[in-house]
Design a protein around this ligand. Structure first.
Ligand code: SAM
Length: 337
């Protein structure tokens, strides 16, 4: 197994297939217009499948398609078919905002997609509009309902104090109705979250307090896994998760890296610099050279971005708007959440 400077394996690759999105979530893409990646730089499906195969040579066996909004990428099911035919990828997942899921879910599943995670921050159409500046709440719910009961279905909610922190119990209830496991994510100060403030972060501890008041005893599920969510069980058996990336980061076990839609590979969500795999690929670098390039970066990987942020005394947004405009690769929507 190939491991980094902290003994973490290279297993999990998140592939952003586009930097475009059909929502403008205030905590991720608060501007209407962005500096978009040049079209010619966007990797083709064949290029992505090839790079994933090179990662698989080095031990990667989990791939998550993300963005931007991945379902905006035309014919995404074609990429899913290419990746699902790679026997070494034993977990092929997708993170989506759900707007186009009712239309595309069937084709994606038929193409071999294993799991889907849908982001849903609120059950209120009015709040959804304020949060995302779009009117598509109904389509998100339709999208989720269209995949209700799929194995591994997850609903991801970013919890923001004063915005949706009063909805966590209702979201747990909603998760039950669609057979999805709800995971509450602490609001993170990543690129794109340009109005983030520490006061808006609802911590894991606070979420558990609210849920205990409603449901009584909550049992932690002890698991030996590198998954970001800690999972909990209510007395009726309902399971939910919390991703405490802000107050209790999990860098110690992080085996994730990220490939942007234009082929830049980042070793940490918070990393300032990435490795341009597209350039090497398009100049025809032999497979062994690509592998050596990836390996040389992973072996010295020592990133603990979220833990370093936690150690910062007065925490403010990670990156200011001006810098994000100069380097769109610093954006969460480019890097893939
Ligand atoms: N468009 C897809 C979606 O909405 O799921 C995939 C990309 S989106 C960047 C992936 C995830 O990142 C979403 O669940 C989103 O809520 C989360 N995210 C974005 N900004 C975040 C922030 N500042 N803190 C925590 N999670 C964030």
């Amino acid at each position: 197994m190939i491991t980094d400077a902290h003994g973490r394996p290279l297993r999990n690759v998140r592939v952003s297939v586009t930097d475009r999105c059909n929502l403008r979530c205030q905590y991720c893409m608060p501007e209407e217009e962005y500096v978009w990646l040049p079209r010619d730089d966007i990797l083709s499906f064949e290029e992505i499948a090839y790079l994933v195969d090179v990662f698989a040579d080095l031990g990667a066996d989990k791939v998550r398609l993300t963005g931007g909004e991945p379902l905006l990428r035309k014919d995404l099911h074609r990429l899913v078919a290419l990746l699902s035919s790679n026997a070494r990828i034993r977990d092929l997942a997708l993170t989506t905002n759900g707007i186009l899921l009712a239309e595309q879910g069937g084709a994606l599943r038929a193409a071999g997609l294993h799991r889907v995670t849908v982001s849903l921050d609120t059950l209120s159409p009015v709040r959804f509009r304020a949060l995302t500046r779009r009117e598509t709440h109904g389509r998100v719910l339709e999208g989720i309902e269209s995949v209700a009961g799929w194995p591994g279905l997850k609903i991801d909610t970013v919890v923001i104090r004063g915005v949706n922190d009063d909805e966590i119990e209702n979201l747990v209830e909603y998760g039950r109705t669609v057979g999805g496991e709800v995971r509450f994510i602490e609001y993170m100060d990543v690129g794109g979250a340009t109005t983030w403030s520490p006061g808006q972060v609802m911590s894991r501890r606070e979420m558990l307090e609210v849920l205990t008041r409603r449901y009584g005893r909550i049992e932690p599920i002890i698991e030996d896994t590198s998954a970001p969510a800690e999972r909990f069980r209510l007395s009726d058996g309902t399971i939910f998760g919390i991703i405490a990336s802000t107050t209790s980061p999990f860098c110690r076990t992080c085996d994730r890296s990220r490939l942007t839609a234009d082929g830049v590979w980042y070793l940490c969500l918070y990393a300032r610099h990435g490795t341009d795999l597209r350039k090497a690929l398009r100049r025809g670098a032999p497979r062994e050279e690509m592998k050596a390039m990836i390996l040389s970066r992973w072996r010295v990987r020592s990133d603990r971005g979220a833990e370093e942020r936690l150690a910062v005394g007065e925490r403010r947004p990670l990156i200011q708007v001006g810098e994000l405009k100069r380097d769109p690769h610093l954006e969460m929507h480019t890097r893939g959440g």
